[in-house]
Design a protein around this ligand. Structure first.
Ligand code: PLP
Length: 385
């Protein structure tokens, strides 16, 4: 471990790199050998850390990475990632030259964009492009065969572009009801058939599609949530035994005994019903530990302890089953001492999806990367070293 990188507050997440590696292997093995697997590491790898996750998934057999922003892609390149990278979101045409210089592929779906982008690309450079088709997600992408033909023509005629892929994105691949999925799939197939030359990568599937619909695979997939060991769907059950790679921990900084009737927190919203042991943990909504989690349990020495009183910006109070000393470890997410709190448990309490939970854990919380029991790296974005 790099001794120079450290943190001064005992609140941290752990990312289990072994579990991540196993998850990727498991997903790869569930796909045909020839399917190229792109791992989605946008949004700092759904909060897990894009550099560490990116390197590990490539080691485990991912073919390339996808991100949402050009900034994310350049950050990966500047940190030594040489594998194929595709940006999923729209970029400005004026930044096309920048993407080309870093060998980063981008989506194309507007004729005017191509014209302007061509001017920003240096002579001799080539920008890899994937044609984005909107088959029903309604986000970005061209919608008809006419536009597709036009764009293919401009791209193939220009020496500034290299047509590397064509793709679409499903809106309902995670749902049991399949008719909308089938419509989108048929539309995408019809569009691909319109091309004079089929590019190297044809891709449509996210995690839910890749794991549920074998007709969605084409020759590449874009897998995000599943590599993190999280479920892509509330409705569908998955047989793959992937494991949640993230856990979140803190330590008690203060313990006191409250007398019956005494209160806790802003608004004095919680009142002790009897004499109670209360612990304070240094984590709050400014870390992504959201106020709506009031009442939810955490794990203390193998026992559940509920959050009492309102969650503050930087601190939270919990009702302990008995006295515990300052310094006792508390688990907010993940497993300890035979108990487990899943990202999905937290999502349910927050009325949201697992994706949003891990993405919300922000820069204030250091990420500790583990192999076996050993911490191999610590990422602390507040580190002053
Ligand atoms: C985020 C994203 C993915 C990955 O989705 P998961 O559900 O996390 O597998 C794939 N494709 C696109 C276009 C995306 O935006």
């Amino acid at each position: 471990m790099n001794e120079k990188i450290q943190f001064f507050r005992d609140t941290w997440t752990e990312i289990d790199l072994d579990a991540l590696y196993d998850n990727v292997k498991m997903i790869r093995n569930a796909l045909p050998r020839e399917t190229h697997m792109f791992a989605a590491v946008k949004a700092n790898a759904y909060g897990h850390g894009a550099l560490q996750v990116g390197a590990e998934v490539l080691r485990a057999g991912a073919h390339g990475l996808v991100v949402a922003l050009l900034d994310e892609a350049i950050w990966l390149r500047n940190n030594g990632i040489e594998a194929p990278i595709l940006v999923l979101g729209a970029i400005r045409p004026g930044d096309a030259g920048m993407a080309a210089r870093h060998n980063i592929a981008v989506p194309v779906f507007q004729r005017h964009w191509l014209e302007e982008a061509g001017r920003s690309i240096k002579d001799g450079d080539k920008l890899k492009v994937h044609i984005k088709c909107d088959t029903g997600m309604g986000r970005i992408g061209l919608r008809g065969a006419g536009e597709l033909k036009e764009i293919e023509k401009i791209v193939s005629k220009s020496d500034k572009f290299l047509l590397e892929g064509i793709f679409t994105h499903f809106a309902t691949a995670d749902q049991l009801e399949e008719s909308y999925y089938q419509q989108q799939l048929a539309k995408f197939k019809r569009l691909v058939e319109q091309l004079d030359t089929v590019p190297p990568y044809v891709h449509a599937a996210n995690s839910a599609a890749a794991l549920c619909h074998h007709d969605s695979l084409f020759n590449a997939v874009r897998i995000g949530i599943a590599i993190y060991g999280l479920s892509p769907s509330d409705e569908r059950h998955f047989t793959l035994k992937t494991r949640q790679i993230l856990s979140w921990h803190t330590k008690i900084v203060h313990v006191k005994e409250l007398q019956r009737g005494e209160s806790i927190g802003y608004g004095a919203g919680y009142k002790a019903r009897e004499d109670e042991w209360i612990g304070t943990i240094p984590v709050g909504y400014a870390d992504g530990w959201l106020r709506k989690l009031e009442g939810h349990p955490v794990i203390v020495e193998g026992e559940f302890a509920p959050i009492v009183g309102r969650i503050c910006m930087d601190q939270t109070m919990i009702r302990l089953p008995r006295h515990f000393p300052v310094g006792t470890e508390v688990t907010l997410i993940g497993g300890r001492q035979g108990r487990f709190i899943s990202v999905e448990d937290i999502a349910e309490k927050l009325d949201t999806i697992n994706y949003e939970v891990t993405c919300s854990i922000n820069f204030r919380v250091p990420r500790v990367y583990k192999r076996g029991k050993e911490a191999v790296e610590i990422e602390n974005q507040l580190s002053t070293h």
